[in-house]
Ligand binder design. Structure first.
Ligand SMILES: Cc1cc2nc3c(=O)[nH]c(=O)nc-3n(C[C@H](O)[C@H](O)[C@H](O)COP(=O)(O)OP(=O)(O)OC[C@H]3O[C@@H](n4cnc5c(N)ncnc54)[C@H](O)[C@@H]3O)c2cc1C
Length: 449
C-alpha cells in the first residue's frame, strides 16, 4: 500500500523535500498556512533576501533548479565594512578563490522556484491557506485551524521555528525542545535605488556597519534596492519609540546610511521587530509516522547566513536516508537525526559566535590579523587549512567537523601570532587533510560576477 505522505509547510525545506519525495515515487500533499506567494505579495511590497551558499546550492543542483536560481542571484564577494567616520568602506574578501562568494537571493523568488519544481513533478499537490492546528496520531488525522481534517500515514514537519508538528511529537513523549531566546532583536528596512534607478552601494558585497553591540547589514536585490537589517539589543529597539528618537539614533550611529533612505523613521516605525532564537530539539521523529526538517528541527540565529542553507542540507540528508531504508522509515528517521543533530548543534553555536565577529570583530585589529594569517595559510596549505567561515560557507564538510577543525586552527594561529618563531607551517601540515569536495558542489553553478 502506498503511504499518504503529508508535508506541513511550503518554505524552502518543505518544498525542497517534497521534490525529493516525489522523485522517490511518493505522492505528496503539502499544506501551507500562507497564501501562494507566486500569486500574492505576502511581503507587502518589501523584498526580503538572504545569503545562499554551498550547502544550499548543492541541493538546488541536485533537484535541477540551479539555472533558474542563477537568474535571480547577486554574488557578494566579501564584507564591505562601513566604519563610523570612514568615508572609504573597506572590502574584506570572503576568500581567495573566484567561487568563494555568497549569493544574495530573494526569499520568495527562491521559494517560488521550488514550489514550481515540486508541482512540475506531477506528484506534489500544494494546498495554500491551510494552517494546521494539531496532529492526531491515533486517528491518523491532521486538524486544521479552519475545522477541517485530512488523513495521513506519514507527516513531515517543515513548519518552521514554531512547528506544530514538533509539538505533536513532543506530546507523544518522543521530542523535548527548548528555545534559547537572544536578548537581541532585528528589523528589516529598505535602502531604495538611487535617482538613476541603480544601487546606491556596491551590490556585489555584503555591507556591514559594525557598531560593537549592534550592527546594520545590507544585501542587494536585482531591482536596485537593498534589504537592510538592524540587529541590536532588544532594549535598544524598546528605547526607540518616537520619530525623534529614531532619527537621532540613526544620525549618530549611521550618518552615511541616513542620507540614502529618506523615509527611514517611517519604515522603522511601520516595520515589525523580530525576535531571534535557537531551537534545541532532541527527538526529531515519532516512530515511522512523523519527522522534522529545517527550522522545525534546528532553527538558529541568522548571523552565519546558514539557517536556510542548513534546512536545505537537512532535506537532502533526510532524502538520502529514506532512499537507503525505503521500507523502514523509523530507521531512516533515526539515522537522519544521528547524522544531522550534532552538525546542527555545531552551526547553532557558530552562528551565535559569528554575531560577535560581525558586529565588532570585523574592525578589531586582533581579529583582522588572525583572518589575514588564516587566508595566507590557506594559500600555502590548500589541502590542510581553510578558514572557519570558508568551511561553513563554501564546503559541505559536516558542520561539527568544521567547528572542530576551526578550534584547532585558531589555537595554531593564536600561538603563532604570540610567538612568531613557531614553525606554523609544520603545525598546519600536521592537521588531517581537508575532505574532498562534494561531487555535486560545482564551483561554476552560480555566476560569480
Ligand atoms: C532576519 C533573518 C535573516 C536570515 N538570513 C538568512 C540567510 O542569509 N541565509 C540563510 O541560509 N538563512 C537565513 N535565515 C534563516 C532562514 O530564513 C530559515 O532558516 C529558513 O527560512 C528555514 O526554512 P524552513 O523551510 O525550515 O522554515 P520556514 O522558512 O519558516 O518555512 C516554514 C513554512 O511553514 C509554514 N507554516 C508554519 N506553521 C504552519 C502551520 N501550522 N500550518 C501550515 N503551514 C505552516 C510557514 O508559513 C512557512 O511557509 C534568516 C532568518 C532571519 C530571521
Amino acid at each position: 500500500m502506498s503511504r499518504r505522505v503529508v508535508v506541513v509547510g511550503a518554505g524552502p525545506a518543505g518544498s525542497l523535500l517534497a521534490i525529493y519525495l516525489a522523485r522517490e515515487g511518493h505522492d505528496v500533499t503539502v499544506y501551507e498556512s500562507r497564501p501562494d506567494l507566486r500569486r500574492t505579495d505576502i511581503d507587502a511590497g518589501r523584498s526580503i533576501n538572504l545569503a545562499l551558499a554551498t550547502r544550499g546550492i548543492v541541493p538546488l543542483i541536485d533537484v535541477g533548479v540551479i539555472e533558474r536560481v542563477d537568474a535571480i542571484t547577486i554574488p557578494m564577494r566579501g564584507r564591505l565594512i562601513h566604519a563610523i567616520g570612514d568615508p572609504t568602506p573597506d572590502l574584506q574578501p570572503y576568500g581567495t578563490k573566484p567561487h568563494e562568494v555568497i549569493h544574495s537571493v530573494s526569499r520568495s523568488d527562491l521559494n517560488a522556484i521550488l514550489l514550481d519544481a515540486a508541482e512540475a513533478t506531477g506528484r506534489v499537490t500544494i494546498e495554500f491557506d491551510k494552517q494546521i492546528e494539531s496532529v492526531d496520531f491515533d486517528a491518523s488525522e491532521i486538524r486544521f485551524e479552519d475545522g477541517t481534517t485530512a488523513p495521513f500515514d506519514v507527516v513531515v514537519g517543515a513548519d518552521g521555528a514554531g512547528s506544530r508538528v514538533r509539538k505533536a511529537i513532543a506530546t507523544k513523549g518522543a521530542c523535548t525542545f527548548r528555545t534559547d531566546w537572544l536578548d537581541h532583536s532585528y528589523k528589516e528596512l529598505t535602502l531604495p535605488p538611487g535617482d538613476d534607478g541603480n544601487h546606491q552601494l556596491d551590490p556585489n558585497a555584503l555591507h556591514i556597519w559594525p557598531r560593537g553591540e549592534f550592527m546594520l547589514i545590507a544585501l542587494a536585490n536585482p531591482e536596485g534596492d537593498f534589504t537592510v537589517t538592524l540587529f541590536a539589543p532588544t532594549a535598544t529597539f524598546d528605547a526607540l519609540g518616537s520619530r525623534e528618537e529614531i532619527d537621532q539614533f540613526f544620525d549618530e550611529e549611521f550618518p552615511d546610511f541616513v542620507t540614502m533612505v529618506p523615509d527611514l523613521s517611517e519604515q522603522f516605525a511601520n516595520n515589525p521587530t523580530g525576535a531571534l532564537g535557537t531551537i534545541r530539539a532532541d527527538g526529531w521523529s515519532f516512530e515511522d509516522r512523523a519527522v522534522l526538517v529545517g527550522d522545525a528541527a534546528h532553527a538558529i540565529v541568522p548571523f552565519h547566513g546558514q539557517g536556510m542553507n542548513a534546512a536545505m542540507e537537512s532535506a537532502r540528508s533526510l532524502a538520502a536516508h529514506l532512499r537507503e531504508s525505503p521500507d523502514d522509515l523509523g530507521t531512516a528517521f533515526r539515522a537522519y537525526e544521528s547524522e544531522r543533530k550534532p552538525n546542527c548543534d555545531a552551526i547553532a553555536d557558530m552562528a551565535l559566535d559569528n554575531y560577535v565577529e560581525m558586529r565588532s570583530g570585523v574592525i578589531d585589529p586582533d581579529y583582522l590579523a588572525k583572518r589575514t594569517l588564516a587566508l595566507e595559510l590557506e594559500q600555502r596549505h590548500p589541502t590542510h587549512l581553510s578558514p572557519r567561515y570558508n568551511m561553513v560557507m563554501f564546503s559541505t564538510m559536516p558542520y561539527a567537523d568544521a567547528q572542530f577543525r576551526a578550534a584547532r586552527q585558531a589555537e595554531i594561529i593564536s600561538a603563532s601570532l604570540a610567538d612568531p618563531s613557531i614553525n606554523i607551517d609544520a603545525l598546519v601540515d600536521a592537521l588531517p587533510p581537508l575532505p574532498a569536495p562534494d561531487p555535486l558542489a560545482d564551483p561554476k553553478a552560480l555566476s560569480v560576477t
